[in-house]
Design a protein around this ligand. Sequence first.
Ligand code: PRP
Ligand code: ADE
Length: 176
Amino acid sequence: MARSNKTVRDYIRTIPDFPHEGIMFRDVTTLFADPRGFRIAIDQLLHPYAGTDIDRIVGLEARGFILGGAIAHQLSVGFVPIRKKGKLPGKTLSQDYTLEYGEATMEIHDDAIQPGEKVLVVDDLLATGGTAEAGIKLLEKLGAEIVGCAFVIDLPDLGGRAKLEAMGVDIHALCA
Ligand code: PRP
Ligand code: ADE
């Protein structure tokens, strides 16, 4: 059987003017739906971290849950969600943020991470970096050590990479 030469980028489609006019929305549902695409994305996301000391995978709502869950399973570590406001049932810490097309608040359970735990943050896409920055601030408040942030897509023109690097965060991304 012929082997596919498709890269992760080839499985992602761009939908113009979603959720607002002028936004070129990178839709990863087509990547997730393809068995080879999803597998190579997970393999490539975790590759730099295989064999390193990681206590938890932290996924950013919502697509970070799909990727982070698969990575946590593969690395045999636990998974912690950072969710949009009002979704977590226990006592939470909150952090407001802005992103490419709006404003929101992220939350984490205040007992989800113990001080000193090594965490890998996972999401599908880095744009302005507002979402990831909010997640990192929450994790830092809990005393986590951020091993890195892994994304399928990095849109560096929107400033997220520079923002996270200025915070001293190591970024791993598969495509632009
Ligand atoms: C998207 C994406 C990232 C975030 C990136 O999520 O999945 O989490 O935007 O943008 P930023 O770098 O400018 O913060 P979205 O806010 O659309 O939420 P959803 O995954 O819950 O739909
Ligand atoms: N989040 C922020 N900007 C985005 C984009 N262009 N595509 C998908 N998700 C996003």
